[in-house]
Design a protein around this ligand. Structure first.
Ligand code: ADP
Length: 405
């Protein structure tokens, strides 16, 4: 039968067999031999690696104090060294002495004495390690006892100062610094909560008062009805604004900025145009260098500038002038909001950025002021790495300045 006459399946079977034979006959890649030195190192380190692994397994499962760990490790190492030298010494003596009964007795005696001495040395060494490790770790035990005493109620407690210059001293200092920061933020938070509840108490009291009045007289007297509804609606608005501002202030701490590059003058000009449309009682103007590009969170920056303009409108009598300007001063982009309003006294000036601070306490609440606007503006500007400050003179007006770097 010619090759061409062979059926197709047979042809494939023959080809497969030929392929297998070629693979079988192909020279096999030789296994690389590990160098002898490496093999010796492997064999020498194998028991040590095994010991370390066993030790790790043991210490992760069983609670063992650091001093006991130190004791085990150091004693093991010391015992191994002693055993090595003793074996070396006894076997070299055996080689040097003649092969007779007297020498054998001497070697036996030497071996027993060496073992006894080794055990004694090991015990003395263990005692020394125990004393030293206890002395070294004593400050850590004291530290951990003290930490147990520190709770949120007595955050002013601190760890005892250590008079050494080592890692334990560094650790004590770091923990004390951390406690300082914790105490500061706890105090700040406590003040924040007490200020906020104090501020919310007033509108709640007003709402309660008017509700009682309405319950008693509202149905009979339309004047009381109108006054009550108006006061309740005003105080609810106040409360809503305070809560919204408090939430914004709390969020600012965890806020991540959405930075964009934009032309500052264009954005401020648009904002001032918006004010001019709704406010006809004041003369609001804008002037600024056309080419200032900043890279920051546009909405947040506008939020703080709006606070300054809102305040300028609020504290400037009708007919007064308000000017917003922006310009470059060296590397800084400066935004300035100037008004010809009531101004701020020298006594109030350093406190206007404080939370819930109002210069005119009596009038402030009625005019819908919360004392949070400037605090929020300051937090935003500082978050952007900038600065905000105020200059003012009573009855002449105020100038608020934001500097962005
Ligand atoms: P709010 O205006 O809601 O009271 P702010 O934190 O914005 O809160 O302002 C704090 C205080 O600073 C105000 O109560 C006001 O007395 C004073 N103040 C702010 N801006 C001006 C201004 N442009 N002119 C005069 N006083 C101002």
């Amino acid at each position: 039968m010619k090759e061409n006459d062979m059926p197709e399946e047979k042809k494939e079977a023959v080809e497969d067999t030929l392929r297998e034979i070629t693979v079988e006959l192909a020279p096999k890649p030789q296994k690389k031999k590990t160098p002898v030195a490496l093999q010796i190192v492997k064999w020498v380190f194998f028991p040590i690696t095994l010991l370390v692994m066993l030790y790790r397994q043991f210490t992760t499962k069983v609670k063992v104090s650091v001093s006991v760990k130190m004791l085990i490790i150091y004693t093991l190492v010391f015992a191994l060294i002693l055993a090595f030298f003793t074996t070396f010494y006894v076997s070299s003596m055996r080689q040097r002495l003649p092969d007779n009964a007297q020498a054998a007795a001497y070697i036996k005696q030497l071996t027993v004495t060496s073992i006894i001495l080794d055990v004694v040395f090991c015990i003395v060494f263990m005692a020394l390690v125990a004393v030293v490790s206890t002395l070294m770790l004593n400050p850590i035990c004291k530290m951990s006892d003290k930490i147990d005493d520190i709770t949120s109620e007595n955050l002013s407690e601190r760890l005892e100062e250590i008079d050494t210059q080592d890692e334990i001293r560094e650790l004590t200092d770091r923990i004390n610094e951390m406690l300082d920061n914790l105490e500061e933020s706890f105090t700040r938070q406590a003040h924040f909560v007490s200020d906020a509840s104090h501020e919310l108490k007033t509108p709640i009291a007003v709402i309660q008062g008017y509700s009682n009045l309405l319950k008693r007289w509202g149905a009979k007297d339309p004047a009381i009805l109108d006054e009550g509804i108006e006061a309740i609606s005003r105080e609810s608005d106040n409360m809503k604004r305070i809560v919204e501002q408090l939430l914004l202030l709390a969020r600012l701490g965890k806020f991540s900025m959405n930075k964009t590059r934009f032309n500052l003058c264009e954005v401020l000009d648009d904002m001032v145009d918006g004010y001019r449309v709704v406010n006809t009682t004041h003369k609001i103007t804008f002037n600024g260098d056309a080419e200032i590009t900043v890279d920051t969170d546009k909405n947040m920056l506008l939020e703080s500038v709006r606070t300054l303009v809102d305040n300028a409108i609020k504290y400037t009598p009708a007919g007064g002038k308000i000017n917003v300007s922006s310009f470059l001063e060296g590397e800084k982009a400066v935004i300035r909001v100037t008004d010809t309003g009531v101004g701020i006294s020298a006594e109030d000036l350093p406190k206007v950025f404080d939370r819930f601070y109002r210069c005119d306490k009596a009038r402030g609440r009625d005019s819908g002021s919360s004392g949070l606007g400037l605090t929020i503006a300051k937090s935003i500007v500082e978050m952007m790495g900038g600065k905000i400050f105020v200059e003012s003179e009573v009855d002449k007006g105020s100038t608020f300045t934001i500097e962005l770097y």
